[in-house]
Design a protein around this ligand. Structure first.
Ligand code: CA
Length: 224
């Protein structure tokens, strides 16, 4: 009888110790996951920015004009973010070219960088026009042509000389900017587009607006 009691006690102890180990493991894993997604705040110097440049919280989008999810994010999540946080001066927003779709990504990004250099005030209109131009249904990547870039530039940034823009696209005049962006893509281990960072924290689910607001509020609180 006594022996049975001891066995019961041992079983309880083993169970408790095992449960404690599981909890510890979960905490450690959580910590590792957190640190895998947390970096120092990226440098967005020389990048297109929107909002209050003195804001303590910066949201950085790693995006690609050829990426269908980026179009969806840009047209569905971004307007809410803009209304709630950018236009209210709470956060600053920056866009980094992330070239995951070959020649079309390269061309659209070169065009955007050229517009940003020559007519920064109209950059965001051109940026939106590129996503607007991306076809909804077919994931055909041949829609991005030099002719279309010039056509969009004339509509959104009419002060930019179309002949100069065409020459800049052909000579890849803005390549240094794309290289600068690619340094950030590598540094922050960007695996998919769009990737969204709140200060130094990489979001796991960029389409989850509730998570986005939670992370922004936490970052605003932390910066106080
Ligand atoms: Ca850039």
């Amino acid at each position: 009888m006594k022996k049975k009691n001891n066995a019961g006690k041992i079983l309880v102890i083993v169970t408790v110790v095992f449960a404690a180990l599981l909890v510890l493991l979960a905490v450690l894993t959580q910590k590792n996951n957190d640190s895998a997604n947390t970096f120092e705040k990226p440098s967005i110097e020389g990048q297109p920015q929107l909002g209050n440049q003195k804001a303590t919280v910066t949201i950085t989008e790693f995006g690609d004009y050829l990426c269908p999810s980026c179009k969806v994010w840009s047209q569905n999540i971004f307007p809410r973010l803009q209304q709630d946080y950018i236009d209210t001066g709470k956060v600053n927003f920056a866009f980094i070219n992330t070239l995951f779709h070959g020649a079309g990504s390269q061309l659209t990004a070169l065009a955007a960088e050229s517009i940003f250099k020559k007519d920064p005030d109209n950059f965001w209109e051109f940026h939106e026009a590129l996503y607007e131009a991306q076809p909804e249904e077919e994931h055909d990547t041949t829609w991005a042509t030099n002719e279309l870039m010039i056509q969009l530039a004339q509509a959104e940034a009419p002060s930019v000389d179309p002949i100069q823009l065409e020459a800049d696209l052909k000579s890849q005049a803005a390549q240094a900017e794309l290289d600068r962006d690619n340094v950030l893509v590598t540094k922050y281990n960007v695996q998919f587009t769009p990737s969204i960072m709140i200060n130094g924290k990489m979001m796991e689910k960029p389409f989850d607006y509730d998570e986005l607001t939670k992370l922004i509020e936490a970052a605003l609180e932390e910066a106080k």
